[in-house]
Write a new protein. Sequence first.
Length: 182
Amino acid sequence: MDTLPTLYTERLILRPLTLDDAEGIQQQFPHWAVVRYLNAMVPWPYPADGARAYLENVALPAIAQGEEWHWSIRLKSAPQQLIGNVSLMDEADNNRGFWLGPQWQGQGLMTEASVAVTEYWFEVLKRPLMRVPKAAPNMASRRISERTGMRLVRTDQGRFVEGNFPRDIWEITREEWLLSQR
């Protein structure tokens, strides 16, 4: 797949990330409510050039290499405003990640975005399995996995921005996903 498509849901536009998204990410991302349960590789406090560095050095090269797929999340009612990010990664036990600006949390938007990219993972990329890690205390993220048919398969230890916590690994197979979408 050469070009990453724009995806649409009932309320959202998921637009492939570009360098032009740096300012929107820089505005929405560096909030404790967003980063606390993310992988400890995320710098905290978040640097003033953090979004640009992430796009230039991580996300955009991974997209170009066909190893990751990243979308900005935007409301259809305000498509100019980046409100979050959702990503797919071709890594063992880490196939989907996301974040959403604090003022948009708790409205079901991330579930909507997650369903769209999970569909892309299974129906376009034809992957057989999706595994998603998350900090065990992150109950909002856990509920997204539960609502989308995933099951907890393993718990180990993880390092997150807030500290060390149990890390839950959730999964769903392509067959399970396809059956759930009928």
